[in-house]
Ligand binder design. Structure first.
Ligand code: PLP
Length: 424
C-alpha cells in the first residue's frame, strides 16, 4: 500500500485524513508521506524510501528512532502490564527523577499530553490566585485547550480573538496576547490589568512560529512582571525541557518559573505530559487541594518506563554539546549557501533547534515570521524531500537535530540543500 493509497483511504474515515492537522501538508502542499519504521536518524516510508529525519516526531525523539535501551524498557514494562488504574512504583521513580533534574519542581503531576499539562497549569494558576485572566504571547503554541487557541486581535487590551471555531468567546476574552519579546507591551497590560492576571505563560524559547529565541532580558523581565502583579509565571517547556541540556531551559537561562510544563522528550516517544513547580501551588491540586485534575492513563507505567530510560540516557551520555555543534554546522552551512547562491534566506539555530527562514531579516516575533516567503519555504521542503531529507512540513515550526544524527548526516543535509537551493 503506497502513501497515496493510504491517504485516500484515510480521508474517508479520518477528518482530512490525519490525526493532527500539520501532518496534512497544508503548509507546503502535496500529499503527506506515511512512515512504516524508523531507526536512529532515518525512517522508511510506505513507498520504500529512506529519509533522514529532521522532524523527530516534533521533538520527542532526541535519541533518534527506536533507541535500543528505550525500546527494551518499553517492552519490559508492557510485558508486566500496560495499565493498572492504581499507583505503580515506576511513577514514583519518574517523579523523583524529574524533581531532581529540575530543582524548581518541588512536586510534579503526570498526565498524558502537553495540552493537559498547560491546561492544568492555567487552572492551577487561577485556583491559586483567585484571578481570571491569562497572558500568552502571540505565536506561542501551548496545545489545543480553549484558552490557548487565541491570537492577538487589534483589541489587545480587551482580550484576544479565537484562532479556532468552537472556542468560547468568553474564554478568549480572558486571554491577553502581547507580541513575543515585547516587554513594553506586557508592562502596559500589567499596568492596566495587573491585578486581574492569574498567569503569564510562555515558551521560554518560542518553537511554534519557527524558532524565535528570547531577546536578552525577556525571560527575567517576565519574572519581574509576574512578581510585580502577583501572577504566576509558567514556562511551557514541552519542547525545550531536556532539549537544551539535562533539565529545563529555565535553569540554563537562570530564571525560575513558578510552574513548568513538560511533554514530548520526557515521554521518550510515548504519550506523556507533566506539570510541576512550587509546593504551595502544586498542593492546590486535588486530592490535596480544590483544583481538580485527573486521568485514566496518567503516569502510565509503559510511558513512564520510556521516559525514565530516555532521561537516564540523556544524563549519562550528555549528547547536548555534540547536537549543538552539529546543528550549528547545519545552520552555518545553509547560511553560506544562501550567500553564495544569492538566495534571500537564512537559517536560525539555537541548541539543536533550527528553522530555515525564507527572508533576509532576523525573526524575533510572529509578525517577522509572517513576512517570510512561505511559498519559497514550501518549494524548499519538497526539494529536500525529493532528496531524502524530511523537514517539518511548515515554515512555522522548528527542525530538530537528535543525538542519532552523525556529522555525515549533516553533510548529506547540506549537499541536498545546495542542490535544492540551486534548482529553486
Ligand atoms: C507540542 C506542544 C504542546 C502540546 O503538547 P501535546 O502533547 O501535543 O498536547 C504544548 N506546548 C508546546 C510548547 C508544544 O510544543
Amino acid at each position: 500500500m503506497t502513501s497515496k493509497e493510504l491517504f485516500s483511504r484515510a480521508k474517508k474515515v479520518i477528518p482530512g485524513g490525519v490525526n493532527s492537522p500539520v501532518r496534512a501538508f497544508n503548509g507546503v502542499g502535496g500529499d503527506p508521506v506515511y512512515m512504516v519504521s524508523g531507526k536512529g536518524s532515518r525512517m522508511t516510508t510506505a513507498d520504500g524510501a529512506t529519509l533522514l529525519d529532521f522532524c523527530g516526531s516534533w521533538g520527542p525523539l532526541i535519541l533518534g528512532h527506536a533507541r535500543a535501551e528505550v525500546v527494551e524498557a518499553i517492552c519490559k514494562a508492557a510485558c508486566e502490564g500496560t495499565s493498572f488504574g492504581t499507583n505503580t512504583p515506576r511513577e514514583v521513580e519518574f517523579a523523583e527523577l524529574l524533581c531532581s533534574m529540575i530543582p524548581s519542581m518541588k512536586m510534579v503531576r503526570l498526565m498524558s499530553s502537553g495540552t493537559e499539562a498547560t491546561m492544568t497549569a492555567l487552572r492551577l494558576a487561577r485556583g491559586y490566585t483567585g484571578r481570571r485572566k491569562i497572558v500568552k504571547f502571540d505565536g506561542c503554541y501551548h496545545g489545543h485547550a480553549d484558552y490557548l487557541l487565541v491570537a492577538a486581535g487589534s483589541g489587545l487590551l480587551t482580550g484576544g480573538i479565537t484562532s479556532s471555531a468552537g472556542v468560547s468567546p468568553a474564554a478568549a476574552a480572558e486571554v491577553l496576547v502581547p507580541p513575543y519579546n515585547d516587554l513594553a507591551a506586557l508592562n502596559e497590560l500589567i499596568r492596566t490589568q495587573g491585578d486581574e492576571i492569574a498567569a503569564i505563560i510562555v515558551e521560554p524559547i518560542a518553537a511554534n512560529m519557527g524558532l524565535v529565541p528570547p531577546a536578552p532580558g525577556f525571560l527575567a523581565g517576565l519574572r519581574d512582571a509576574a512578581d510585580r502583579c502577583g501572577a504566576l509565571l509558567i514556562f511551557d517547556e514541552v519542547i525545550t525541557g531536556f532539549r537544551m541540556g539535562p533539565g529545563s531551559y529555565g535553569m540554563l537561562a537562570g530564571v525560575t518559573p513558578d510552574l513548568t510544563c513538560l511533554g514530548k522528550i520526557v515521554g521518550g516517544g510515548l504519550p506523556i505530559g507533566a506539570v510541576g513547580g512550587r509546593e504551595d501551588v502544586m498542593s492546590k491540586l486535588a486530592p490535596l487541594g480544590p483544583v481538580y485534575q485527573a486521568g485514566t492513563l496518567s503516569g502510565n507505567p509503559v510511558a513512564v518506563a520510556s521516559g525514565i530510560a530516555t532521561l537516564n540516557l540523556l544524563r549519562k551520555e550528555n549528547p547536548y554539546p555534540e547536537m549543538e555543534r552539529r546543528c550549528r554546522t547545519l545552520a552555518e552551512g545553509v547560511n553560506a549557501l544562501a550567500r553564495t547562491l544569492g538566495v534571500p534566506m537564512h537559517c536560525a539555530a539555537k541548541g539543536s533547534l533550527f528553522t530555515p527562514y525564507f527572508c533576509p531579516h532576523a525573526v524575533n516575533s510572529l509578525a517577522d515570521a509572517k513576512r517570510c516567503d512561505t511559498k519559497a519555504h514550501a518549494a524548499f521542503f519538497h526539494a529536500m524531500l525529493d532528496r531524502g531529507i524530511y523537514l517539518p512540513p511548515s515554515q512555522f515550526e522548528v527542525g530538530f537535530v537528535s543525538a542519532a544524527h552523525s556529522d555525515s548526516d549533516i553533510q548529506i543535509f547540506l549537499r541536498a540543500a545546495a542542490d535544492a537551493l540551486k534548482s529553486g
